[in-house]
Design a protein around this ligand. Structure first.
Ligand SMILES: [Zn+2]
Length: 128
């Protein structure tokens, strides 16, 4: 069996979508597993797999909330049950052990679109 890494590519199965996912398979066995998971139209890009999470001009703010659950072996962030002891994203990191059980973390993202008169003209940007 070949041990050579290979790139495998899957097109989003949503009609008309041109998004592709590229994965690097360690070997042919790994590539076969990727084809089982994503091949034959099973792959969907984030826009089509989780449209409710994608920010857009019609959906400028997204908020996600988790809380701390106490388990026998430590504290964990989760939605309905214990998940990870550490959560992170752009600009923040949080260890569940640093907070009491029941603590809530709200993670928000907001897109602020400039007003039409604030959008730089492409020609102007090209001259900068
Ligand atoms: Zn798609």
């Amino acid at each position: 069996m070949s041990r050579r890494a290979q790139t495998v590519r899957f097109k989003c199965s949503h009609e008309g979508c041109e998004e592709y996912a590229l994965y690097t398979a360690d070997d042919r066995k790994h590539a076969a597993r990727l084809y089982d998971t994503y091949g034959n139209g099973k792959y969907k890009c984030v826009r089509h797999a989780h449209p409710e999470e994608v920010l857009s001009a019609d959906s400028l703010v997204k908020t996600y909330s988790m809380k701390v659950f106490k388990e026998r072996h430590g504290m964990f962030w989760g939605v309905d049950k214990a998940g990870s002891g550490f959560v992170f994203g752009p600009g923040f990191k949080a260890y569940a052990d640093d907070f009491p059980e029941g603590t809530e973390i709200k993670i928000s993202a907001e897109v602020i679109i400039p007003k039409p008169n604030q959008i730089p003209n492409i020609n102007e940007r090209g001259r900068e």
